[in-house]
Design a protein around this ligand. Structure first.
Ligand code: ADP
Length: 420
C-alpha cells in the first residue's frame, strides 16, 4: 500500500510517502518514496520536496490554507517532477495516516477515522488548542481531496502513555478537577518513544514484555519515558507538552506559583506568561542566544559563552534527574530496574557531547559510556554506546515516527493487531 503520512501544524504540513504492507512490515522492507514540508502556510509558503535519492527542490507559492498545501503536495507526488514511479495518479495513494497530537483518554491505539472519531478528536481540542485544530484541518482536507472512501487513520501522540497508572498520571490537585475537566498528565511524543522501544526489542531480539528502558526524546521538544515490560509507566510531559525537561524554548518543570508572581511583578497577563514559558524559555531563555543546541555547543566551545554553557548544563542536569527518578520508578521488588537508556531526537541522535554530559552523572547507577563508540556513531545509525562492562546500557536509536504512522495505517486498514 502507498501510504501518505501527514503531520499538519498550525502553519506547516509535513508529509512522507511510504510504501508498505503486512509482509513488508514483517521483513522491515518498507520503502520511503518521498518526503517534504510546506511552511508558512497562509502567505507565500516555502515548499521543500525531497525524493528518495536525497534530491531536494525548493520553491515558494501562495498557499492560503492546509487544504491548499495538501492539494499541492498530492499534485507534486502524482507529477512527473517527483519521479515516483509507483504513483501515476491520486488513485495510487491507498490510505492516509495522520499524526494527531491529543487523543485524550479516549484513544489508546491508532484508529480508522470516521465521523464519530472525528467528533472525538474535536472533543480533545480543549486539551490541545494549538495542535488538534491543525490536525483536524489535515483530516478534512484529505477527505475533500480523496473523498470519504479513502481510509484515513489517526495515530495519537498521547496513545502510548495511556498505560500510565493513576499515581503517575494524576496531579495532586483536588480530585474533582480531574473528574470535571480531565486535568491529568497525558504525555506526548508517544509515537517516538514507542518506535525506539520497538527498535530496541528488535536489536536485542527480545519479546515486548522484556523491554525495560528509559527513552529520551531530545529534539526541539524533549521528553523522557519510563518503559517497563513494554508499557509506558511514566513520562515527563504532562497535561500539555510544557512540563518536564528543559526544551528549545519551553521551560519544562516550574513552580506554578511563579505565574502569579510574574503577573504581579511584570504586569503580565496569563496568556503572556504562558507564551513566555512556551516560547521564550528553555535553552533560548537561559542562553539569551538561541534555542538550537548545535549553536549553543559551538558558542560554549568557541567563545566560552557563559550562558550558553549554563543552558547546556541545565538541559543535561534535568535529563539526568529524570533518568534517576525513572530508575527509582521502575525498580521492582527483585531490585531490577531499567536495562538501558535510549537517546533519540535531533539532539539525542546527533550530539555525543550532550549524551556524555547526561551519562557522566549516572556512574552510580552503573552506566559507563564508551567514548569512542559514543563519538563514532554516525548520523541516522543505531547502536550501543556503553562500555562492555557497563551494567546499565546506553543506545542511540534514530526515531522514525512517520514509519510507525504508515505501519499503523496499514495495520488498521488490514485489520491486523497493532504492536504497541
Ligand atoms: P523537532 O523536535 O522539531 O523534530 P529535532 O528532533 O530535529 O527537532 O531536533 C532539533 C534539535 O537538534 C536542535 O536543537 C538542533 O540544534 C539539534 N541538533 C541537530 N543536530 C545536532 C548536532 N549535530 N549536535 C547538536 N545538536 C544537534
Amino acid at each position: 500500500m502507498n501510504i501518505l503520512v501527514l503531520n499538519c501544524g498550525s502553519s506547516s504540513v509535513k508529509f512522507q510517502l511510504i510504501s508498505t504492507d503486512v509482509e513488508e512490515i514483517k521483513n522491515d522492507a518498507d520503502r520511503k518514496l518521498a518526503r517534504g514540508v510546506c511552511e508558512r502556510i497562509g502567505g507565500e509558503a516555502l515548499i521543500t520536496f525531497e525524493v528518495k535519492d536525497g534530491k531536494t527542490s525548493r520553491t515558494t507559492a501562495p498557499l492560503r490554507n492546509t487544504q491548499a498545501a495538501v492539494e499541492m503536495i498530492i499534485r507534486w507526488i502524482c507529477s512527473a517532477d517527483s519521479g515516483i514511479e509507483a504513483i501515476k495518479s491520486i488513485s495510487d495513494i491507498h490510505a492516509v495516516g495522520h499524526r494527531v497530537v491529543h487523543g485524550g483518554e479516549r484513544f489508546t491505539h491508532s484508529v480508522l477515522i470516521n465521523d464519530e472519531v472525528l467528533g472525538e478528536i474535536e472533543d480533545c481540542i480543549d486539551l490541545a488548542p494549538l495542535h488538534n485544530p491543525a490536525n483536524i484541518k489535515g483530516i478534512t482536507a484529505a477527505r475533500e481531496i480523496f473523498g470519504v472512501g479513502l481510509p484515513q487513520v489517526a495515530v495519537f501522540d498521547t496513545a502510548f502513555h495511556q498505560t500510565l497508572e493513576p499515581h503517575a498520571y494524576l496531579y495532586a490537585l483536588p480530585y474533582q478537577l480531574y473528574r470535571r475537566h480531565r486535568i491529568r498528565r497525558y504525555g506526548f511524543h508517544g509515537t517516538s518513544h514507542r518506535y525506539v522501544a520497538y527498535r530496541y526489542r528488535q536489536i536485542k531480539n527480545i519479546p515486548r514484555d522484556a523491554v525495560n528502558v528509559i527513552t529520551l526524546h531530545l529534539g526541539n521538544g524533549c521528553s523522557a519515558c519510563a518503559i517497563k515490560a513494554g508499557n509506558s509507566i511514566d513520562t515527563s510531559m504532562g497535561f500539555t507538552p510544557l512540563e518536564g525537561l528543559v526544551m528549545g524554548t519551553r521551560a519544562g518543570d516550574v513552580d506554578a506559583a511563579i505565574i502569579d508572581f510574574l503577573a504581579a511583578k511584570e504586569g503580565m497577563s496569563i496568556s503572556e506568561i504562558e507564551s513566555l514559558l512556551n516560547k521564550q524559555s528553555g535553552l533560548l531563555g537561559i542562553s539569551g542566544l538561541t534555542n538550537d543546541m548545535r549553536e549553543l555547543l559551538a558558542e560554549a566551545e568557541e567563545t566560552k559563552d557563559r550562558r550558553a554553557a549554563l543552558a547546556i548544563e541545565l538541559f543535561c542536569y534535568r535529563a539526568r534527574k529524570y533518568i534517576g527518578s525513572y530508575l527509582a520508578a521502575m525498580c521492582d521488588t527483585e531490585g531490577t530496574t531499567a536495562d538501558a537508556i535510549i537517546f533519540t531526537g535531533g539532539i539525542g541522535e546527533n550530539s555525543h557531547a550532550v549524551r556524555t554530559r547526561i551519562a557522566n552523572g549516572l556512574k552510580c547507577f552503573g552506566l559507563e559510556l564508551d567514548e569512542a563508540r559514543n563519538q563514532n556513531i554516525s548520523t541516522r545509525k543505531e547502536g550501543d554506546i556503553a562500555t562492555d562492562d557497563s551494567a546499565l546500557r546506553a543506545f542511540v536509536i534514530p526515531t522514525d515516527e512517520e514509519l510507525l504512522i504508515a505501519r499503523d495505517t496499514v495495520r488498521v486498514v488490514r485489520g491486523v493487531e497493532q504492536r504497541y
